[in-house]
Design a protein around this ligand. Structure first.
Ligand SMILES: NC(=O)c1ccc[n+]([C@@H]2O[C@H](COP(=O)([O-])OP(=O)(O)OC[C@H]3O[C@@H](n4cnc5c(N)ncnc54)[C@H](O)[C@@H]3O)[C@@H](O)[C@H]2O)c1
Length: 422
């Protein structure tokens, strides 16, 4: 169990474990678009979970997910288009926020105030004020809140975390990560598919999706637990990819050719940590490219490179091999995985891997449900959530100021130092 950045993290937990009706956490879901629709099924495969209310702005989406949930769990959840109904619902023990990015923090805050533990899908923050309100609401209410960052449970991310913990990489000095995903069709067909990304790409220019890569890196570097991110600088390229795509895709909304996309095609953000480490994040979603989270970890004794799935260690390879490296591509899986598989994945393989995104979805949602069920602290808490999500709004500010350095708030108010000797 990872410790909360809050020194007395458990002081807010309830005195006694709550008894759940039929031994199940009754979940209310907000947002059943493409993500929420699939996650309802994932959640219904988890022990001690059932879904009692489903909410979306669109009635057709509510009806579809209610029907699918009924087929799986044997009874139909109630449907609603008003998310606030979940806050006072007697048959909702916990809330999942799986909707478009913009209201995530508002919904998390309202859920905590209503005393309902809340899990929130990934995205970036729109203001630093929102991040502080998130943290203060948690401190005032003690209601658990978790960012549902599935990539923190990626098999390779956890393999590397395990190897770093065992000292095989020496001291970690630099990490890289990216969200490098060709989303041109998702954005261009946003109006037709009622998808939120289009309006964001027309309106903002920032590192709008930092947590897939930053989450595992922050955990590796002990951010909020003996380390913290101190400042960043961010730079955006021009925005040309979407116009080219729309121009060459007659079925896409040709009206977009008259619009200006604010979001640069590639946004590069550099972060400096109190422990001296640097982190580079790359958002790259509107040019043709192969998918990559570009996860890279460099220490004084070795490194991991996601893009060729390889691990380079002083002990195993030595300096002479660095020029002729291609024969070692994929050695992370072929050579190291069996020996250094993370315990979470060892257990998952034994129990049976299930759920989307190679199993990561099941793992992160299961952590949330079991934390609620057992009254345990959330493994990715509000301090992580605020620190990771704030990168979006800070990168926006840095870009607007010509890549000026921007300070990253310490949402733990100094408590990150308390874990420095752990
Ligand atoms: N972790 C992952 O791997 C992963 C993958 C895909 C999406 N996501 C995340 O999931 C979330 C949803 O993404 P998506 O692709 O499903 O988007 P989507 O646009 O397909 O669906 C979002 C849904 O939210 C609903 N919604 C918006 N505001 C609402 C409100 N106020 N009340 C109720 N419903 C509301 C919309 O009507 C829509 O149906 C985002 O945060 C996204 O970043 C995560």
């Amino acid at each position: 169990m990872r410790k909360s950045a809050f020194a007395e993290g458990e002081r807010f937990m309830m005195e006694e474990k709550q008894m759940f009706v039929n031994d199940k956490v009754r979940i209310g879901v907000i947002g059943v678009g493409s993500r929420g629709r699939g996650i309802v099924k994932t959640v219904l495969g988890i022990d001690h979970a059932c879904v009692t209310v489903i909410c979306d702005l669109y009635e057709d989406r509510v009806a579809d997910s209610v029907k699918r949930a009924e087929e799986i769990q044997g009874f139909a959840p109630r449907g609603t288009t008003n998310w606030r109904e979940l806050l006072t619902a007697d048959d909702v023990d916990a809330i999942l926020v799986l909707c478009a990015w913009e209201p995530h923090i508002e919904m998390a805050i309202a859920s905590m105030k209503a005393g309902k533990p809340v899990g929130v899908e990934v995205g970036g923050a729109y203001s630093i004020d929102d991040c502080w309100r998130l943290v203060h609401t948690y401190e005032e209410t003690g209601t658990p809140c978790m960012l549902l960052e599935n990539c923190c449970y990626g098999r390779m991310e956890l393999l590397v975390a395990n190897m770093v913990k065992q000292g095989l990489f020496g001291d970690v000095v630099h990490c890289e990560g990216g969200y490098r995903h060709d989303l041109r069709s998702e954005i261009a067909f946003g109006k037709e598919n009622r998808h939120y990304r289009l309006r964001n790409y027309l309106s903002r220019c920032c590192e709008n999706y930092p947590t897939h890569e930053l989450g595992p890196i922050a955990q590796l570097l002990g951010i909020n637990r003996g380390n913290r991110m101190v400042y960043l600088t961010s730079m955006a390229s021009s925005a040309m990819g979407m116009h080219e795509y729309v121009k060459n895709t007659p079925t896409a909304d040709q009206g977009l050719l008259d619009k200006t996309f604010a979001q640069g095609d590639v946004v590069t953000t550099c972060i400096k940590c109190a422990g001296g480490q640097t982190i580079t994040l790359t958002l790259d979603t509107t040019l043709p490219r192969a998918y990559s989270r570009q996860y890279t970890v460099q220490g004084t004794r070795g490194m991991y490179m996601e893009d060729n799935q390889s691990i380079y260690l002083d002990t195993d390879h030595g300096e002479k091999m660095h020029f002729n490296w291609q024969p070692n591509w994929n050695n992370a899986k072929d050579v190291y995985l069996e020996k250094y598989e993370h315990p979470i994945w060892k257990k998952f393989l034994t129990d049976g891997v299930r759920g989307g995104h190679g199993g990561m979805d099941y793992l992160v949602y299961n952590e949330f449900v079991q934390a609620v069920y057992e009254n345990k602290p959330m493994p990715i808490d509000v301090y992580d959530m605020a620190a990771w999500m704030c990168i979006s709004t800070l990168s926006e500010e840095s870009i607007q100021k010509g890549s000026a350095p921007v300070a990253i708030p310490d949402f733990t108010n100094g408590r990150w130092v308390l874990h420095n000797a752990d």
